[in-house]
Design a protein around this ligand. Structure first.
Ligand code: ITT
Ligand code: NA
Length: 199
């Protein structure tokens, strides 16, 4: 039995292998890289949930296998939720984590400590070849540093300090991050219903 991870982001694949692996599912997790012939879907949704469902349905249809997808990003209070669904290409080029982070820090340079609230959001979607779908969401609340710290994780991890933490997400171990993260919360919830859908 196979479950396809509908993401080409290798950081997400690694986190999902840990999160879903710990859920004890009797299933082989296969990355989207195993299906290079399937074209990337355009993320035309206006919410994380819509985009996660688009990605999961595209791969489930193309492979005939159940697929899970993640759409996620950083939502900054003082920017009314931006970068949000545009987090991966905030500075222009898709997936340029360092440029995205540097631009965001510059945009927030005048914002004082009390107004640097933000959260990571993740929508976790399941799609089956017959069109069945489920989507759940997770959030990690925190504040944004004025300078990056830490080498772990990816994306905006070096500037997001979770509430109640003194370290950034990039200073947590992978297990510590997954235990509290938006992605950990969303996919642990999705994992509870997965056995009912994997036959
Ligand atoms: P796929 O669509 O192939 O899954 P992607 O990287 O394009 O990969 P998204 O469109 O969901 O995925 O963009 C997610 C972006 O949000 C990612 O590039 C980071 O900038 C940010 N992000 C998401 N989760 C994060 C996390 O756990 N830590 C730090 N940044 C994160
Ligand atoms: Na996206």
């Amino acid at each position: 039995r196979r479950l396809v991870l509908a993401t080409r982001n290798q950081h997400k694949v690694a986190e999902l292998r840990d999160i879903l692996g710990a859920a004890g599912l009797d299933v082989e997790l296969v990355g989207a890289d195993a299906y290079p012939e399937v074209p990337d879907v355009r993320e035309t949704g206006v919410t994380f949930a819509e985009n996660a469902l688009l990605k999961a349905h595209a791969l489930a249809r193309a492979t005939g296998l159940p697929a899970v997808a993640d759409d996620s990003g950083l939502c900054v209070d003082v920017l009314n939720g931006a970068p949000g669904i545009f987090s991966a290409r905030w500075a222009g080029k898709h997936g340029d984590d360092r440029a995205n982070l540097d631009l965001l820090l510059a945009q927030l340079s005048d914002i004082d400590a009390e107004h640097r609230g933000a959260h990571f959001a993740c929508a976790a979607a399941l799609a089956l070849p017959d069109g069945t779908e489920h989507v759940v969401e997770g959030r990690l609340l925190g504040t944004l540093r004025t300078a990056p710290a830490g080498d772990g994780g990816f994306g905006y991890d070096p500037i997001l300090q979770p509430l109640g933490e003194r370290r950034t997400c990039a200073e947590l171990t992978p297990a510590e991050k997954n235990a509290i993260s938006h992605r950990g919360q969303a996919f642990r919830e999705l994992a509870r219903i997965l056995p009912d859908h994997l036959g």
